[in-house]
Each structure stands twice: as C-alpha cells, then as structure tokens.
Design a protein around this ligand. Structure first.
Ligand code: PLP
Length: 353
C-alpha cells in the first residue's frame, strides 16, 4: 500500500478553454457578452471595503430577500450560494442519499457525473432520442433522485411546464432538481409548480443572463423542507459562503429588472441572426432557448471547424464525447463577434469546398 492508492481517482469537469492571450473571441463558456447591470457595478465600486473585516451575512439574507421578492416567494424558499455549481453540489449531498441510482439524461450538464463520482452517489443516465429530446416516460422508474436541466445544455432545447409536471408526477418519492441556468433566454420556469410539489428544487445562476460569471453567484428555490436541508448541508461544510461584495452586487443586479430585460433582448436578437446565418450555410441546429446554439454540419467535421476557428482566434466549444462529437456549442456573443464568426465559417467552407 502506498499513499498514492488513497489519492482520489476522478475525472474532473473540464471547463471551456481560457487561452493565455487577450485578443480573441470567446464563445466557449456561455458567458454574456454584455457587462453586468450598471447598478451592480456601482455597488461594487461603492462598497465600503472596511466592512470586509466582518464576516458576511451567513445566509446571504439581503440577497435571499431580493431574490424571493422578485420570484414571488418567501425567503425560506430561497438558498443562495457561490454559483450554481456550488448550490448543485450542496443539493446532491443534501438530497441524494439513497441506494437507488439518481437519473438524468445522457446528454446534459456534464458536472452531474463528476459530483456523483466524488460523492459516491449511484447514477444511471437515460439516453435522449436522436433529436436530443427527453421523454418524461423514461423517468417513471425507481430512482434516488432526478436532475433535469431545462432548457437543457448543451442541446439548447427548452421544454414546457407539462414536461416538468409529467416528471414530477411520476416521481413523488424523489427530489427532482430542475437546473434553470438558461431559462431567462426564452425557457419556461417551473417556479409556478413549487406550490404544488414539495419535492421540486429549481436552481438559477447569475453567470449567464446576469453577466456575472466571475462573481460566482447562484441560488436554489424550493419548499421549506428541501431548502432547509441545503442550509444544513452548507452549515456542515462552510457557514459563510457568499462574500459581502458579491451579496451587494447580487442584490443590485436583481433589483435592476429593466437592464436585465434589455440585455436578454439583445442576446435573443443576436441568437436569431446567428441561427439564420448558420442555417443558410447548411448547419443543422435546433431552435435555441438559451444563449448558445448547438450546431452540426452534414459535410464538415465539427472538430475540424473547431480547430480552424482557433486559428482565427475564435473559441467555441467542442465535446469529444459519444453522440455529440460532431456538434459545436457556440455562445451567442455581440453582433460584431457574430459577424466575425460567420465570416470565418464562410472562409473555411470556401477553403474546403
Ligand atoms: C453554467 C451552468 C451552470 C453553472 O453556473 P455557475 O457559473 O456555477 O453559476 C449550471 N448548470 C448549467 C447547465 C450551466 O450551463
């Protein structure tokens, strides 16, 4: 036996590349191309740094209150953490303690399998169909929990309330997590179902629609019992997760509904343009309800396009994974970035024709 035998053996989540240069177009991590709300920026600039000598509000009370107010919930229905990834990992610990496997689609947010591996949670993935569609009937089977991203990533496909309701109806004895990281870009939120299902937990992030990926803020919404279980888990690991500056910036962002809506509108408009351009070049892609598109081309390999775009300093996401290795996940950037992407794609198609 060596200490090496006791080291963790795990294949970690791989984030989109962060090239070591400044002048490039980054469309590989679904970041928002626009800055955070000016009110959030002002909250950070105006933050009295002397206050940092004190611990933050342990349960991020001002932020939780602001989120509850916006979503029409009570503060006891909201938990805030350091990004959705932090919130989800607490949820996995808090809810998934069964011997039965938790279930989720084979093509979805790839952090799910990483958390299961590190937390020793048994899991089973359920194949989506050839159009990447999820059949709720597949989720009517014994399980230790259900995780659904809606809209789903990296497919960009969003489903309606009937879909979530069907999954909830066949899973009365499991916690069902609905990851709504992209819902603001045109998806349908499950928040109205919270009053009917006390086993439903919805997660959201500031990273995409609120342009604050660098701040690390996310939250969960659910009935009092499930939310209390997340607080208990947090308080068993790290009692003060969201720092004071992030809390202040988060409140300011949540309270600036007007800027939020205006930014969403811009991203959605550019997404429409990008979708049309890609289709006119022969790409196949579903209608996106997110801030990215998921595209493949019948004649050119996604990997080759991905590599070519890098030579033009344009970074998109390509997953070297079964079923999706001929697809590119492309974040919706500014109109200018979209123009440069489109002209690089036209260039390579000419080259390879
Ligand atoms: C980006 C993303 C998240 C996590 O976002 P954070 O930056 O950790 O808040 C969670 N789920 C999905 C599906 C995402 O795409």
């Amino acid at each position: 036996m060596s200490w090496r035998d006791n080291l963790i053996k795990i294949e970690p989540y791989v984030a989109g590349e962060q090239p070591n240069k400044t002048d490039f177009i980054k469309l590989n991590a679904n970041e928002n191309p626009y800055p955070p709300s000016p009110r959030a920026i002002a909250a950070i600039r105006g933050y009295n740094a002397e206050n940092l000598k004190k611990y933050p509000s342990a349960n991020a009370v001002p932020l939780v209150n602001a989120i509850a107010k916006r979503e029409g919930l009570q503060p006891e229905n909201v938990f805030a953490g350091n990004g959705t990834d932090d919130v989800l990992s607490l949820c996995f610990r808090a809810f998934f303690n069964s011997d039965k496997p938790i279930i989720f689609p084979d093509i979805t947010y790839s952090f799910n399998t990483v958390w299961c591996d590190i937390l020793n949670i048994p899991y089973k993935t359920i194949p989506v169909d050839k159009n990447f569609s999820i059949d709720p009937a597949d989720y009517a089977r014994p399980n230790g929990g259900v995780v659904i991203a809606n809209p789903n990533a990296p497919t960009s496909i969003g489903r309606g309330l009937d879909f979530i309701r069907a999954i909830l109806d066949s899973n009365r004895d499991s916690v069902v997590i609905v990851d709504e990281a992209y819902v603001d870009f045109g998806g349908v939120t499950a928040v109205p179902l919270l009053k009917e299902y006390d086993n439903l937990v919805i997660t959201r992030t500031f990273s995409k629609s609120r342009s604050m990926a660098g701040m690390r803020l996310g939250w969960a919404m659910g009935g009092k019992e499930v939310i209390s279980a997340i607080y208990a888990t947090k308080d068993s690991m790290n009692s003060y997760p969201v720092d004071s500056i992030a809390q202040a910036a988060g409140v300011a962002s949540i309270e600036d509904e007007e800027y939020f809506q205006a930014t969403l509108k811009r991203v959605i408009a550019t997404r429409g343009r990008l979708t049309a351009e890609l289709r006119s070049m022969g790409f196949l892609l579903p209608d996106s309800q997110t801030n990215f598109v998921f595209a493949s081309h019948p004649r050119y390999s996604a990997k080759d396009i991905f590599e070519f775009l890098k030579t033009r300093d344009i970074y998109v996401r390509w997953f070297n994974k079964p079923r999706i290795d001929n697809y590119l996940r492309i974040t919706v950037g500014t109109d200018g970035e979209t123009d440069m992407l489109v002209s690089a794609l036209k260039e390579v198609m000419n080259l390879w024709n």
